[in-house]
Design a protein around this ligand. Structure first.
Ligand SMILES: [Zn+2]
Length: 209
């Protein structure tokens, strides 16, 4: 497995490339910016992009998706409940003081339980509303890997004060859908450093009941 996570854009969103070194196929999760760097990294590994997966519709996670799709032809997946986030992209850009990006209308909805990823690295969508209504995590069970978007961070959780956010929903999502995963699962959040499910269950101050 080729696994590269690197921060992109002003808000340093974690963009992840997951590739298969035997089939030379890849997926990209959250191409928030720096599309040329993403393309350079894909080319360096001789990887063909198969899917563009967006964990939620915030500008810092989705901004490069249209450009990346145009160059590679890969379809874009976003949960349908975050279409309203795309519709308010102008507001998001103004709120953060960044230029309005080209908006990619998703090719399909990343609905709960949907199988995505690559044949040798199958992933499943876990719908985790709270940070936004359409927030998802991507779980690669055989690899014990969770791409958590802005739902769960190392020592913290996603903010819920933006439009569509809901503080009780994010806690329910994390407790019911994420903390039920095995301890060793590696968590790559949407921002900041990686962690594990076990570490967050034991030490995350936002999750103690
Ligand atoms: Zn966000």
């Amino acid at each position: 497995m080729i696994l590269e996570t690197f921060p992109v854009g002003m808000l340093r969103c974690n963009c992840t490339i997951l590739g298969d070194e035997t089939t030379r196929e890849a997926i990209v999760v959250d191409p928030g910016d720096n599309v040329s760097e993403i393309l350079t990294r894909l080319a360096a590994h001789k990887l063909a992009l198969k899917q563009i997966l967006i964990t939620h519709g915030h500008i810092d996670h989705v901004s490069g998706a249209a450009h990346l799709k145009r160059v590679t032809g890969a379809p874009v997946f976003l949960n349908q409940h975050d279409l309203p986030q795309l519709a308010m992209m102008e507001w998001q850009a103004e709120f953060l003081g960044v230029p309005l990006p080209e908006v990619a209308s998703p090719d399909a909805s990343a609905d709960d339980g949907r199988k995505l990823g690559l044949p040798n690295f199958p992933g499943e969508v876990i719908h985790t509303p709270g940070h936004t209504e359409g927030s998802i995590c991507l779980y690669f069970a055989p690899q014990q890997l969770l791409l958590a978007g802005d739902t769960l961070f190392a020592g913290s959780i996603g903010r819920t004060d933006l439009p569509g956010g809901d503080g009780s929903k994010i806690l329910r999502s994390i407790h019911d859908r994420l903390l039920t995963l095995p301890d060793p699962v590696l968590v790559i959040p949407g921002h900041g450093s990686e962690t594990t499910i076990g570490e967050e269950r034991a030490t995350n101050p936002f999750l103690s009941r």
